[in-house]
Ligand binder design. Structure first.
Ligand SMILES: *[C@@H]1O[C@H](CO)[C@@H](O)[C@H](O)[C@H]1NC(C)=O
Ligand SMILES: *[C@@H]1O[C@H](CO)[C@@H](O)[C@H](O)[C@H]1NC(C)=O
Ligand SMILES: *[C@@H]1O[C@H](CO)[C@@H](O)[C@H](O)[C@H]1NC(C)=O
Length: 814
């Protein structure tokens, strides 16, 4: 092999190593995890009555009921919930959520908690299907078997309850696909999925999985069952979170409830969560359990969607701000003080009841201003942390006649308040139920003499800060390539309580990570230190403390390879701060963070690269056969590869680059619909794939070596033919090619040597095929693994339909 081929092989191996290490690194840098462990006293009650009379799969799978030991009786006493584990998952993964539901419903063993006793809420009976850690992600038939079994399990569970009982279904990972594939189903009240790849199967080895997916997605577009999808974000390396986003549908009237909630935005959680961790992460599990408890009392899909939006809130959906809060006060009846114009409200440890009046700014030309209020751990209207302090703020808009009515917010949600000097989120701990700052934003009509009044009731704990902000924001319209080569700065307003910073042309894609570099003057030690909110998709938000020492890495799951998204350009940042606190934000710059950017590529392009490698082998094979046809001699694999590298690769590289600009559909080529900035990925992928083919050939040769030795040692072959592949004399063969006149010292071929090329030819043919088969192995191997596993766990009794059933093949032959 020429040196070029060796270089290419080594280059690819280095690429793979770099992609791997960069990819592993992103788990801790992009979206770190801060989750409290959950504790429980689990027990599992087998449901032996759900037997073969219900489902022929009852021998292979089983159904269990979860019970918290010592807290409740084993009798069924509530509303049924079914948990479906994912690929290689276990029914016991139900324990964290189920235990939380029990311990929220009962304040102590057998004692119903105060909040539930008076309401029509029943405890939950958590059932879980056990699939014996089946590999459902790799095998359509297995997924289908799980679906059939689960459908029957639901029939069985409902048969234990009064008629017209409905069941809630939860699915983890591929279990979520099983859950949604059960639709349409009139007895499923709602579905919550966790880290489920809804739009793209994680492993596309099996056409039947694609089939199940497309069927399910079609049903999802108009089935009325509410579905909520929880996604862990970049921390989840197994299922890229972009496929976890439920597709939205343009329904003019009454769209079905399809909500995607990222744990990084989930109020009170604000952390990335790994693939397995999402079922036990305390901040997530208690909210899921609570939502399930509340759902048991709901009757209509609308009520159910309201409950899901209340308990699994990410601040993207405004809560209804009803008439209940539309009350008015007269300022003269209040204990009030008027703040000087253009001064911010900033109350540390307020106490008592007092009203603060802020005159609207006189300057804005637009006739409108934005009012922002922050309340630490308190309450504004109906929004507060789960365990708030007795601190309440109400915001009114007042006429010059001192008559005030409730100001209706445009945004009312909870944002995190990271503690300076500590990582955010705090590792192994995360946020507490009492943490968070309530953020209130409203548009105020500005006219002479109008003001905004803030009524604060407090007991000396917490703080309140607020004031008017301008409506515009910083804008940097540099093109999409600019952040790849330089730092893009933004024209920030120092000390604005709230400001937006937009880079409308920057690429927003799962493959690109930006580093945000702020420049401060002074040390930040205020009430609310600058906090950046990055909203990359209508359901994805991340928060970063701006003054922290760790780098701020902006990433997204909105647009990604092979997933079409309208949000593939534009970086929208919002900076929140209480404005005092001694630090002044001077500048904000973004640039591409190369290491983490590269870390995002491996997971997303591994399978396409393997596909390209197979295509390369096909071309190599084609060329080799061509040589055979024209010259009667088959070059060996090494020679074929070097021919490919020296002749074909030279023009395939620029061609692949050019093709990347074409606006193909989203599921072909690079999967980005011809995004110019990402075009260099194609030649890079082609180089890597070629190098991997070369490297794989070295590996195959290496593996062949001992076999050849044994072969020779025992002389299995009696003919004088055994030609060892590594010594395969390819070069002379090529030189015999009539059209090549390199061969100047050719001696006339003698008959014995002519025999050798014939056998050599066979060896070379086989070697080419061996290489192709090696690369096709990943297509068949997972299915084989599933098959062996199923034989092992369920025995031969198991019906195992599909084209890899060896027994069926025998049956067909006989
Ligand atoms: C499912 O729901 C339908 C309609 O509400 C009801 O008639 C049927 O009995 C339910 N099935 C079970 C098993 O409860
Ligand atoms: C709220 O009160 C104001 C002033 O009394 C009134 O004009 C407005 O219609 C009320 N809004 C609702 C939704 O009732
Ligand atoms: C970012 O802001 C622009 C302009 O305001 C808007 O059109 C776009 O939809 C926003 N992007 C996201 C993901 O919200």
């Amino acid at each position: 092999m020429p040196r070029l081929v060796y270089c290419l092989g080594l280059f690819s191996l280095c690429c793979v190593a770099v992609l791997y290490y960069a990819g592993v690194d992103t788990v801790n840098t992009l979206s770190p995890q801060g989750c409290r462990m959950s504790w429980m006293s689990p027990s599992y009650v087998l449901q032996p009555n759900f037997d073969r009379s219900w489902s022929p799969l009852a021998g292979r799978y089983s159904l269990w009921l979860y019970r918290e030991v010592g807290w409740e009786s084993n009798e069924l006493h509530g509303s049924p919930v079914l948990f479906i584990p994912g690929n290689a998952g276990s029914s016991q993964q139900v324990r964290s959520i189920a235990s939380s539901a029990t311990r929220q419903f009962y304040s102590s063993p057998y004692q119903i908690a105060e909040g539930f006793r008076t309401r029509n809420i029943k405890p939950l009976d958590f059932f879980a299907v056990e699939f014996n850690e089946d590999l459902s992600a790799f095998h359509g038939s297995t997924l289908d078997a799980q679906r059939q079994y689960t459908a029957r399990a639901i029939d069985y569970i409902l048969s234990l309850y009064p008629p017209d009982t409905s069941i809630m279904v939860m699915g983890h990972s591929m279990g979520g696909i099983v859950a949604t594939s059960l639709l349409p189903h009139e007895n499923i009240s709602a579905i919550i999925t966790m880290s489920t790849p809804h739009t793209l199967p994680p492993a596309r080895f099996d056409r039947r999985i694609d089939h199940i997916y497309s069927k399910t997605l079609k049903v999802l577009s108009n089935d009325p069952t509410p579905i909520l999808s929880m996604c862990g974000g970049a921390t989840d390396l197994m299922v890229p979170s972009e496929s976890c986003i439920l597709p939205s549908h343009d329904h003019l009237f009454d769209p079905p409830y399809r909500r995607t909630v990222f744990t990084s935005a989930l109020e009170g959680s604000w952390t990335g969560v790994g693939h397995r961790e999402i079922v036990w992460c305390h901040q997530v599990r208690w909210r899921v359990a609570r939502a399930a408890l509340e759902l048991s009392a709901a009757q209509t899909p609308y009520e159910r969607s309201m409950i899901l939006d209340t308990w699994l809130r990410d601040g993207h959906i405004p809560l209804p701000f009803g008439d209940r809060t539309n009350h008015s006060i007269a300022l003269r009846d209040e204990d009030f003080s008027v703040l000087p114009a253009d001064l911010h409200l900033s109350l540390k440890s307020p106490s008592g009841v007092h009203t603060y009046v802020l005159p609207t700014p006189s300057s804005p030309s637009s006739g409108a201003a934005k009012f922002v209020l922050y309340v630490l751990q308190g309450t504004i209207a109906n929004t507060s942390p789960h365990n708030p302090l007795p601190l309440r703020a109400s915001v009114y808009s007042c006429t010059p006649q001192e008559h005030c009515t409730t100001l209706k917010p445009t945004l009312l949600k909870l944002i995190p308040a990271p503690i300076p000097g500590r990582p955010f989120p705090v590792p192994n701990e995360g946020s507490d139920e009492s943490e968070g700052v309530v953020l209130f934003e409203a548009d105020v009509a500005v006219f002479s003499g109008s003001h905004v009044a803030v009524r604060v009731e407090a007991d000396g704990r917490g703080w309140v800060a607020g004031g008017f902000v301008g409506v515009g924001g910083a804008l940097n319209e540099a093109n999409a390539i600019a952040p790849f080569v330089e730092y893009l700065s933004a024209n920030v307003t120092p000390n604005a309580l709230r400001q937006t910073v937009k880079y409308p042309n920057a690429l927003s894609d799962a493959l690109v990570v930006y580093r945000l570099v702020p420049t401060f003057i002074g040390q930040c030690s205020g009430l609310l230190n600058p906090l950046v909110q990055h909203t990359s998709h209508p359901s994805e938000t991340h928060y970063y403390p701006l003054s922290s020492s760790s780098p701020i890495l902006l990433h997204t799951h909105g647009a990604a390879p092979f997933i079409s998204s309208p949000y593939n350009h534009g970086l929208n940042l919002t900076i929140y701060t209480s404005g005092e606190g001694g630090c002044v934000l001077k500048d904000l710059e973004i640039t591409v963070d190369w290491w983490t950017t590269i870390g995002r590529w491996g997971v997303r392009y591994a399978a396409p690269t393997a596909t390209w490698a197979v295509a390369i082998i096909a071309v190599v094979l084609f060329d080799a056969w061509g040589t055979l046809e024209s010259s009667g001699m088959m070059p060996d694999v090494a020679a074929s590869l070097s021919v490919f590298v020296t002749t074909r690769l030279g023009w395939l590289l620029p061609l692949s680059f050019a093709i990347s600009f074409l606006p193909f559909p989203v599921d072909v080529w690079l999967g980005n619909e011809g995004e110019p900035v990402l075009a260099p990925l194609a030649p890079l992928m082609l180089l890597t794939a070629t190098g991997l083919v070369c490297a794989s050939w070295w590996l195959v040769t290496l593996l062949e070596l001992p076999l050849t030795r044994i072969h020779r040692l025992f002389g299995f072959c009696s003919t004088p033919r055994p030609v060892t592949p590594p010594e395969a004399a390819a070069v002379p063969l090529i030189r015999r090619h009539p059209s090549e006149d390199l061969d100047t010292d050719d001696d006339p071929p003698s008959p014995p040597i002519i025999q050798a090329p014939q056998s050599l030819c066979q060896v070379h043919k086989h070697q080419h095929l061996l290489l192709l088969m090696t690369w096709l192995l990943p297509l068949a191997a997972p299915v084989l693994a599933v098959w062996v596993r199923t034989l092992y766990t369920a025995g031969l009794t198991t019906p195992f339909d599909g084209d890899h059933n060896v027994l069926r093949m025998w049956g067909g032959l006989c």
